[in-house]
Ligand binder design. Structure first.
Ligand code: FMN
Length: 363
């Protein structure tokens, strides 16, 4: 029903500036009742960070930046929803326009720069839904002008732990100057230690156990990936999200004018590099750390490839803009069919089965 409503509205929304269309979408969702989604087939359930996730298809960070509609989004059939990015103090982000559709490429470029209502506002919204169930997490970052960036992440963890299922340490947004430098080993080690410490301190106050995930950029060399994998394993984080948007601009992009905009590129052109990096990450941390595959998922086939590359969980954003929310059930149906065809009882059995080939660039 919601899927067909959005199908009707899409031509109208796409005639508008991308950010205005998105604001209208969030407003419309906020006016809808948060009805539970239909139950998923048992074969699609996965275990990740100590929880049973009803299906692996999640909504990526950046769609519900201010944590306004997580329950309506779960109602669309997502197995889990990541809200945010959130930073401690409210900040406006970059000037508009800051998001561009590349329809011919199935892609988006954004340079929002972590526009956020700030931790207190988001915390209050999440506190109001705390007993509703459903797997909701928050993507966290540092204020642009933070003096101590690690302290900003720790403040977000302290403020939100116990309220949500997971928190994602986002060191990979290309739109906050210097943020991706935080992926360097010494800083990352200290950052993760402080986040885990903040989580454990907050846990003493009760509430649900909050997993700590790390989200990385697709533009990393293998040396950097080695260091991140070693740090993630040493600190015992619960998950690694691969990947954020890319600063690369492949020659294949058809929409040359929009491609010249600064920012992070997502969608179809990100699929191959992010899936290769996912497989390379699986070779280093799987199956000890759950991997979340994100970047260019737009069909059952692309979702299935991420699973074979090593993803236990999946996320998408850009394809939702072009294809609408009916895509979620389409992907779930196709994954269930792939499992049946492969004679597998659960998704877990398929995770990473083609990681070697995909890591070598043979997708
Ligand atoms: C408009 C927009 C805003 C985003 N904001 C965030 C964000 O705040 N934090 C983050 O970690 N990723 C953010 N992302 C990245 C997505 O979560 C995801 O990693 C990326 O878009 C690749 O997935 P996709 O190809 O399915 O879109 C954003 C993406 C888009 C398109």
């Amino acid at each position: 029903m919601i899927a067909s409503l959005f199908g009707l509205a899409r031509p109208f929304l796409h005639a508008l500036d991308a950010e205005t269309a998105h604001q209208l979408t969030i407003r419309s969702l906020s006016l809808m009742p948060a009805l539970p989604a239909a139950p998923d087939p048992a074969a699609l359930a996965v275990e990740a960070f100590g929880r049973r996730v009803p299906n692996p298809v999640g909504l990526a960070a950046g769609f519900d930046k201010q944590c306004e509609v997580p329950d309506q989004l779960l109602g669309l059939g997502f197995g889990f929803v990541e809200c945010g990015g959130v930073v401690p103090r409210p900040q406006p982000g970059n000037p508009r326009p800051r998001v561009f559709r590349l329809a011919g490429d199935g892609a988006i470029i954004n340079r929002f720069g972590l526009n956020s209502d700030g931790l207190e506002a988001v915390r209050a919204r999440l506190a109001r839904r705390r007993d509703r169930g459903g797997i909701v997490g928050v993507n966290i970052g540092a204020n642009k002008d933070a003096a101590d960036r690690a302290a900003d992440y720790a403040a977000c963890v302290e403020g939100l732990a116990g309220l949500v299922a997971f928190l994602t340490v986002n060191v990979s947004s290309p739109n906050t100057p210097g943020l991706r430098d935080l992926q360097g080993e010494a800083f990352l080690d200290d950052l993760l230690a402080r986040c885990i410490d903040a989580r454990d301190r907050a846990a003493a106050g009760g509430g649900e156990r909050t997993a700590i995930l790390l989200k990385i950029a697709p533009d990393l060399g293998l040396d950097a990936l080695d260091a991140i994998a070693a740090t993630a394993l040493r600190r015992g984080i619960d998950g690694l999200i691969v990947s954020n948007t890319t600063v690369a601009r492949p020659d294949t992009l058809a929409e040359r004018a929009a491609a010249a905009e600064a920012g992070g590129l997502s969608g179809r052109p990100l699929f191959a590099p992010s899936t290769q990096l996912l497989a390379q990450a699986y070779q280093r941390v799987g199956p000890a750390i759950a991997l979340v595959g994100v970047g260019g998922i737009e069909s059952g086939a692309t979702a299935w490839a991420k699973v074979r590359a090593g993803a236990t969980l999946l996320q998408l954003y850009t394809a939702l803009v072009f294809k609408g929310p009916g895509l979620v059930s389409e992907i779930k149906r196709d994954l269930a069919r792939e499992l049946a065809q492969a004679g597998l009882a659960s998704l877990k059995e398929a995770v990473g089965r083609d990681a070697t080939a995909i890591a070598a660039g043979r997708i």
